[in-house]
Design a protein around this ligand. Structure first.
Ligand code: C2E
Ligand code: MG
Ligand code: MG
Length: 412
């Protein structure tokens, strides 16, 4: 790709993250926490298009637009790697009061650097490689938040041709569920199965959700996709419950459902038509989705629970919504995000991990730890009071034919 073409694509990608109608309290909160963590007075999330830097979240500095020629973050976006003040050629007169700067890149959905997370101070400071690494990890969280905001955009993105192909794939039965066991941490029994979508693509092979779920979520296709996965998964689980009556099904639900008055009926029918009862099903929603559900009263979630479904908050700990707000939601359980589990190896990460689990348990919520990959993580989850675990330590997502062999006890 030549430079002009790259710059055009970069601009187009960046524009998706600018001019959000939704101002994100969650993003503000993350930036504040990042500032506290590094003890820096100024933190910014900047999206750079061809002409300007858009500061969309900040502490210690105003939000707003700066010409790209005066942006300290320009080299980070150009180079795609972290940069500190010493590595930047500062045009004369550009923020002379800034004596410390470090910026790390944020890659957008199109695979191009669109933004930066940066720390600024008016006194000179040194950065260790470790701090730079930590900032890069935090930039991944910020990226996820930007992605969530972008998904909430009302405008349909994705090319019509791809959306049409996906619609056809749902109709042709090419979207199928695979199943990952949810294991009781105390006794090692398989207590549930999470259905995860896969696209059995006729020419490209088996595709994981990252290749098609974000696109599906940009349009109404996600509704039919979710229902197709739920119905097939329910049929499989109905068969397996004959020998294991207590087995539960977990399925993922996009925020789009909440906009349709008949969707509770459709979800219920998908389950009952397949021979399962809603009482055997937990629907997983992300916190952004749950908070988007009928803002005034969360009536959608209440309705689902009135039908017997349980509702779990997926990827908990990654959204940075106000915890108070999240915990007032009518939910039955939380699933601790796999990135929180991975971070629990560090002292701070472990404290967060334990706090989230403690909070869940105190509120009487079912707590599942996702992304359990090592016995040490399983032990930590058990000791912190989590009820269930899910992750490669126990089993990767399985094709339906392989599930019956895994329905006993998985002790790891
Ligand atoms: P999720 O619901 O949080 O699902 C867990 C993801 O973590 C799955 O990725 C799973 O394969 C992966 N995983 C499981 N154990 C481990 C582990 O030990 N380590 C690591 N690193 N990863 C692990 P997958 O299947 O790629 O799904 C990604 C996401 O796509 C899901 O995250 C869910 O948000 C979404 N998704 C999947 N199926 C559907 C669907 O039918 N409808 C909707 N709306 N979203 C879906
Ligand atoms: Mg899930
Ligand atoms: Mg999750």
């Amino acid at each position: 790709m030549d430079l002009v073409q790259h710059s055009r694509r970069q601009h187009a990608s960046a524009r998706h993250y600018i001019d959000k109608t939704t101002h994100s309290v969650a993003l503000d909160e993350s930036v504040r926490l990042i500032g506290n963590w590094f003890q820096f007075p100024m933190v910014q999330v900047n999206v750079l298009d061809m002409r300007n830097q858009h500061t969309i979240a900040a502490v210690g500095t105003p939000l707003g637009i700066t010409p790209r020629s005066q942006s300290l973050c320009d080299p980070v976006v150009r180079g795609g790697v972290p940069a500190t003040l010493g590595q930047i050629e500062r045009a004369p007169g550009v923020f002379p009061q800034i004596q410390s700067y470090i910026g790390v890149p944020i890659v957008g959905r199109e695979g191009i650097v669109v933004a930066t997370l940066c720390l600024l101070d008016t006194v000179p400071r040194l950065f260790t490689a470790r701090q730079i690494g930590e900032l890069q990890t935090l930039a991944l969280m910020v990226r996820d938040q930007l992605e969530l905001l972008r998904r909430l955009e009302p405008t349909p993105a994705g090319t019509p041709a791809l959306t049409a192909a996906l619609t056809a794939a749902v109709e042709a039965g090419e979207i199928i569920p695979v199943f990952q066991p949810v294991v009781g941490l105390v006794d090692g029994t398989v207590q549930g199965l999470e259905a995860l979508a896969r696209w059995q693509h006729p020419t490209r092979g088996l595709l994981t959700p990252e290749a098609f779920v974000p696109l599906a979520e940009d349009s109404e296709v996600i509704i039919d996709l979710d229902l197709a996965v739920l119905q097939q998964a329910a049929a499989h689980v109905a068969g397996w419950t004959r020998r294991r009556p207590y087995l539960r099904l977990n399925a993922n639900l996009s925020a789009r459902h909440f906009d349709h008055p008949d969707c509770v009926d459709r979800l219920t029918d998908s389950v009952t038509d397949a021979g399962l009862s809603p009482t055997q099903v937990t629907l997983e929603v992300t916190e952004t989705a749950a908070l988007a559900a009928h803002p005034a009263d969360r009536s959608f979630l209440h309705e689902l629970r009135a039908r017997g479904f349980r509702v779990a908050l997926d990827d908990f700990g990654m959204g940075f919504s106000s915890i108070g707000q999240v915990l007032r939601l009518p939910i039955d359980g939380i699933k601790i995000d796999r990135q929180v589990t991975a971070a629990s190896e560090t002292a701070v990460g472990e404290a967060v991990f334990r706090a989230l689990l403690g909070l869940g348990a105190d509120l009487g919520l079912n707590t599942v730890v996702e992304g359990v990959e090592t016995s040490a993580q399983a032990d930590r989850a058990r000791k912190s009071g989590a009820a269930q675990g899910q992750g490669y330590l126990y089993a990767a997502p399985l094709f339906p034919v392989d599930v019956p062999d895994c329905l006993g006890i998985i002790h790891r």
